[in-house]
Design a protein around this ligand. Sequence first.
Ligand SMILES: *[C@@H]1O[C@H](CO)[C@@H](O)[C@H](O)[C@H]1NC(C)=O
Ligand SMILES: *[C@@H]1O[C@H](CO)[C@@H](O)[C@H](O)[C@H]1NC(C)=O
Ligand SMILES: *[C@@H]1O[C@H](CO)[C@@H](O)[C@H](O)[C@H]1NC(C)=O
Length: 268
Amino acid sequence: MSTIRPILVVAGIGNASGTGAATARLFAKNGYRVALIARNADQVNNAAAEINKSGGEAAAFPVKSYDYTDVTNVFQTIRQYQWPSQEKVEIRAALWNASHGVWKGFLDVTEEDIQASAQANIVAPFAFSRAAISAFKENDIDDHGRRGTLLFTGATASIRGNVVTSAFAAGKHALRALSQSLAKEFGKENIHVAHAIIDGGILTERSLARHADSKSQEEYKNNHDIRLSPESIAESYLYLTNQDRSAWTWELDREWHFIGLRRRFGGV
Ligand SMILES: *[C@@H]1O[C@H](CO)[C@@H](O)[C@H](O)[C@H]1NC(C)=O
Ligand SMILES: *[C@@H]1O[C@H](CO)[C@@H](O)[C@H](O)[C@H]1NC(C)=O
Ligand SMILES: *[C@@H]1O[C@H](CO)[C@@H](O)[C@H](O)[C@H]1NC(C)=O
């Protein structure tokens, strides 16, 4: 194992209360430098500052949009970024967590909705994957047979369409197809590609804010049967990244425990 500190690149940080940020925090605690990509400059700067403050090393890379050119360019900026300790930059892990959700009946879906879903769920992750894989190919193979790990956050809509998800599910199905194709093509080149189906609501400040009164907020926060925690998803991403090549998993399906509750609380 080389002594160079590895870098995790995460796209999709939102306002730092969800999966992307929890993954960045956990990897930072485990010796990774983390490069954070998001569209909101203030939020991504705050997220990086927070990780720095708690002893990690993070840098923020805001993007104007998740289009092919911006994603390609920001990855190039990350590759050229001078981290303070001047060690060689070695990107070992990358997570595509950005997304664009559309929840509308089919006849209400506009061309803009379809374009936005295709952009964030297909076109931009193609650019991200290309840049990540190109970076991994320059890495040496480590003691566990790896050059790098590319992770994708999926959703229930990755494998199942539903009444209001035509545009979203089409995008998420495509993202899964991309990740499966890459897993097959690059596994033999020591690059691990994995897709995680997050089959349910995730506890974030935003999802919590959707619960009107404090009683249902408390229940949502404390009842582990009705929502997923970003920290435990992050643990799964670290686990995937640490897998030995002989046991690589392509897909994790985080099935929700209680079907009845899924019906009650959504989960598209
Ligand atoms: C966090 O620390 C890194 C490295 O020490 C530095 O390059 C970066 O500018 C800092 N970022 C913020 C937002 O404080
Ligand atoms: C990260 O992925 C989760 C799970 O799909 C999603 O809820 C969240 O909105 C994503 N974050 C961003 C910034 O897109
Ligand atoms: C994140 O967004 C939610 C609602 O959208 C809000 O309640 C929360 O305060 C925000 N958190 C931060 C750190 O900005």
